[in-house]
Ligand binder design. Structure first.
Ligand SMILES: [Zn+2]
Length: 479
């Protein structure tokens, strides 16, 4: 059976055929760097990391690109509040992204384009849209004329005439008067006093959010790519607008497969900023093992909603413990005479086939995991026999085959023990140790090393030490 992918564009599962045989070009919309990423973002990054790993496992050469939005109103707002700059805020949260993503064992992308590094490509694309009459300048802004693009709405299934103006996501009231149609969206925004701005044919300004992805895909991967992915909430307007921008210029499909993952609930309610129940991944990882978090995400099919509850995460913790116990027997098995350290041994075909069959069916990770848990159970039994009776029931060859299969399949899902988990402090800090850490944090703050100062604050917090900053003085108490 070939690999099939549910394509949001056609609303059906389709056999996967890359543009260039053996190669996959893939783009995932990344974070806007104004905060640590929340658990909804984490789900996106884990799922598409697994998609990528599985494609590699099936022999594809994957080029994976994920952007950082480093120009945005939210970043500016934070910079103003902190008395720093947009770049300082973006740099700090991009660094924090890597710290958190690494702990979740998310492979690094081949490239991380940033909006501020793509200004030329963005301006070129806007210029081409203008020449083709898909864009118009208005008072220093440039807008996309959605009614010029006959396929607008093809991804989200929305029709312009049925939609309500203002329901299109990031809305700016000042744009209202300049737009010819309420659904038109900004490609370029005129500079406001004190804001970072770039020179352009339309005057000093900065790019809109949607255009950056169109420009980055084109620059990094070409005019048509195989897979474009992101959270379901990006379908409209973000991805719809990306299609409108890119396809109006190239006349080619921006992506052949559009993949979107389902929503994230928090204790039974949809997680959203307006409900105030968003949770930062970093905070959750102070209580849960990153691999248990990863396992929890993969235990649901990616298109289904998942519900983060303490019970569910604890169940995932115990699931990870089961896998890890089996994993720990590896060092014992490796001491058995006749065990080869080479990785050339054949894998257990029947298990690999079942795993692949599940993953080929639109990345059905819950079923794929059940195969891994079966292997873990067998390995634990063999490990117990070895420890208690000095002899496993399987031959060395069979055992090694089973072990290697287990290890390989775990890797395809990115479930691996992290040797360098986040540093934790020893229990019960003395007052002097706390004072020393607070001094280190002060030094970091002076050097504007926010990542480090946040890290120290978080570590103290994990030890029940709360900090209160008053000007240059930091008071603390044990909570
Ligand atoms: Zn995007």
């Amino acid at each position: 059976m070939p690999l099939t992918i549910y394509n949001s564009l056609t609303r059906q599962k389709e056999p996967f055929e890359p543009i260039e045989p053996g190669k996959v070009r893939m783009y995932v919309c990344g974070i806007t760097a104004y905060n640590y990423f929340h658990v909804g973002n984490a789900r996106v990054f884990i799922i598409f990391d697994v998609v990528r790993r599985y494609l590699m496992w099936r022999g594809y050469q994957v080029r994976y690109v994920q952007n950082f939005t480093d120009i945005d109103d939210k970043i500016l707002k934070r910079a103003i509040a902190e008395g720093s700059t947009m770049q300082e805020v973006a740099d700090r949260f991009i660094d924090a992204y890597f710290e958190d993503a690494d702990r979740l064992n998310i492979l690094r992308a081949d490239s991380y384009p940033r909006a501020t590094h793509t200004i030329n490509g963005i301006q070129r694309l806007i210029h081409e849209l203008e020449q083709r009459h898909y864009a118009y300048a208005a008072d220093g802004d440039v807008y996309y004329a959605v009614r010029q693009f006959p396929h607008y709405g093809k991804l989200s299934g929305r029709k312009l005439d049925d939609m309500q103006a203002g329901a299109s996501g990031r809305v700016d009231e000042e744009e209202g008067d300049k737009k010819k149609d309420p659904f038109d969206f900004a490609l370029w925004k005129a500079a406001k006093p004190g804001e970072p701005a770039w020179e352009s044919p339309w005057g000093a300004g900065r790019p809109g959010w949607h255009i950056e992805c169109s420009a980055m895909v084109r620059q990094e991967l070409g005019e048509s790519i195989d897979i474009h992915a992101g959270g379901m909430d990006l379908t409209f307007p973000h991805h719809e607008n990306e299609i409108a921008q890119s396809e109006a210029v190239t006349g080619k499909p921006l992506a052949n497969y559009w993949m979107h993952n389902g929503f994230v609930n928090m204790d039974g309610e949809k997680m959203s900023k307006s409900l105030g129940n968003t949770r930062l991944t970093r905070d959750l990882l102070t209580n849960y093992d990153p691999m248990a978090f990863r396992l929890f995400v993969l235990q649901a099919h990616y298109r289904k909603p998942i519900d983060f509850t303490a019970d569910a995460l604890e169940a995932a913790e115990s699931g990870w413990k089961t896998l890890n116990e089996a994993f720990q027997y590896g060092s014992k098995f490796a001491q058995l005479p006749g065990w080869s350290s080479e990785q050339s041994i054949e894998l257990e075909r029947a298990m690999v086939d079942r795993f692949n069959e599940a993953m080929d069916d639109d990345f059905n990770t819950p079923i794929a995991l059940s195969v891994i848990f079966e292997l873990a159970k067998d390995l634990r039994r063999e490990g117990n026999l070895l420890v208690h009776e000095g002899q496993p029931s399987l031959s060395i060859k069979q055992l090694q085959c089973q072990w290697q299969t287990f290890e390989n399949l775990l890797q395809v899902l990115g479930l691996e023990n992290q040797p360098e988990a986040a540093p934790t402090l020893s229990e019960g800090l003395t007052d002097a140790e706390i004072e020393a850490l607070i001094q280190q944090r002060q030094d970091a703050r002076q050097a504007k090393n926010w990542v480090e100062s946040d890290r120290i604050r978080n570590e103290l917090e994990a030890q029940g030490i709360k900090l209160i900053d008053k000007g240059n003085v930091t008071n603390w108490y044990r909570s």
